[in-house]
Design a protein around this ligand. Sequence first.
Ligand SMILES: [Zn+2]
Ligand SMILES: [Zn+2]
Length: 234
Amino acid sequence: MHAVAEHVFVITRFYTNIYLIDTGSGLALIDTHFSPAVIGVLGKELPRHGFQLDQITHILITHAHFDHIGGLAALQNVVNARTLAHRRDAGIVRGEQPVVYARRAELKGFDWLLSHFLAATPPPARIDAELKEGDRLDEVLPGLQLVELPGHTFGQIGFWWQEKRLLIGGDVMMHLPWGLTMPTRAASPDWAATKASIHKVADMNVDVLCLGHGNPIVGNAATQVQQLAQKIGS
Ligand SMILES: [Zn+2]
Ligand SMILES: [Zn+2]
């Protein structure tokens, strides 16, 4: 666990990130990793920065993929936290709807192969409030705002802290060792919307970009996002 910016921390396991925001009166956790093992990880990492597990008051979900919500149900049994997700992914979190991946007929090569391994279904979990574009989460951070970044899932969202130009963006992009890329095509049901969401981020002039996979980009992330947006076209 280490600080990305003032009030914002990242914990990385198996190339997958979860983020924590120090709200001043508690902690907001963004995403929950693959499995209940997240509880042990948080129990070990939080005290190193003077925090405790029971300080988690909010859990924010960027999107309803297994590697982001797999630990949620177990976590809800041990912490008393309000859980928020976009309205279009909330039904998946609750186990009422299946996850939608790309249509296999649209895929080629590696993406086609990968599509056969995406079947994991996380245990159903509770959602306390469903979110939409522009919703403010002032109780987490004054001015923190929800931005819809659909495509990778229909309810994929980001949490935008305008004052610091910091975006916690889930899988809107991935930050691989060789640079920013689009998310995995096999997992993304609407490829045109996925591209449009990257263009939306390119227009936001993001300074600190915190993604679900790969190191956070701290400082002038916009340059790299704009390069990717140019490369992928519309
Ligand atoms: Zn994903
Ligand atoms: Zn992911």
